[in-house]
Write a protein that binds this ligand. Structure first.
Ligand code: ZN
Length: 296
């Protein structure tokens, strides 16, 4: 029973992004695809009391201008790096972090404010997203259309059972390792949050769910403007990024975060894990069959 209101909770103070590591390794990596299924396993990392963005402390309105540094107030905690948001482990939060180390809680979480996207789809099946993300996605499509670009929705929300069916079908065919590289386990897919969407170029159907989507006019436009609508390309290009997100470059997979956070992530040029100062999630911690989060 998710509450819509919980989707909006930007806390923050712009100011500076923390680690602005620019990771842009060029590497056409092959590997894991989050779209067919996302990541997995266990040991959920708890938000280590997530560093709360302390509102910029009131600047000392003191008039004294000592040539020396004003002694830091002893009761003033050193200002935490400010950023538009902190990661959340609440499945209903727009800031929920889902990756191979952080499954949704509960694993069969289902948003309660999903709605059908009023957009052209690749498939007949209506595609859904949570209300706020759906509106942002429609705005993004409208802006792209105004530029003469034709986008289509491949897949947006995928529920737990749908993901399980996808995962287990492939698992039976190829085994765990190969499946984990291409399909997220149920409960570990960003698509299950209702905040992710896979896009396609109508003019370039051969690039659907392919890295060449990033080279189509639509893909290039999305890379440049998605953050203006609150989305980021969740799985950036490069071997380094892949080691952190657990997935290879997916120029078509967008994750909704809201404009402020998405813009900061893009400006910092880092993965979402790095932006939120979370550990890399290259792999699941447990085998699928014994994942305590899925089989309790
Ligand atoms: Zn996807």
């Amino acid at each position: 029973m998710p509450r819509e209101g919980q989707m909006t909770q930007p806390t923050t103070t712009p100011e500076g992004l923390l680690s602005r590591r620019v990771l842009l390794a060029a590497a056409a990596t092959l590997g894991l695809s989050a779209c067919a299924g996302e990541p997995i396993s266990p040991g959920q990392t708890t938000p280590s009391g997530s560093a709360a963005p302390s509102p910029a402390d009131t600047q000392p309105a003191e008039t004294s201008t000592p040539s020396a540094e004003t002694p830091a107030e002893t009761d003033t905690p050193s200002p935490t790096p400010t950023r538009a948001s902190d990661p959340s482990w609440d499945a209903d939060s727009r800031y929920v972090l889902v990756n191979k180390r952080n499954p949704l809680e509960p694993a069969n979480y289902e948003p309660d404010d999903l709605r059908v996207l009023d957009l052209r789809g690749v498939y007949e099946t209506p595609q859904m997203m949570r209300a706020e993300a759906a509106e942002a996605c429609e705005d993004l499509f409208a802006a792209a259309a105004a530029e003469g670009l034709a986008l289509a929705v491949s897949t947006a929300y995928r529920g737990f059972e749908h993901q399980r069916s996808l995962y287990e079908t492939r698992y039976a065919e190829r085994g765990q390792q190969a499946t984990d590289e291409s399909t997220a386990r149920p409960g570990y897919s960003e698509h299950q949050t209702g905040l992710a969407v896979d896009l396609a170029s109508i003019e370039n159907p051969e690039c659907q769910l392919g890295q060449c989507f990033g080279e189509t006019p639509e893909g290039m436009w999305v890379a440049e403007h998605a953050h203006e609508f609150g989305f980021i390309i969740r799985y950036p290009d490069g071997a380094e990024a892949q080691e952190i997100t657990g997935y290879f470059y997916e120029p078509w997979h967008l994750r909704y975060l809201g404009v402020e956070t998405a813009t900061e992530v893009v400006q910092a040029g880092v993965t979402l894990e790095e932006y939120w100062e979370q550990p890399p999630a290259p792999d699941y911690e447990h085998d699928y069959a014994t994942d305590p989060h899925l089989h309790s």
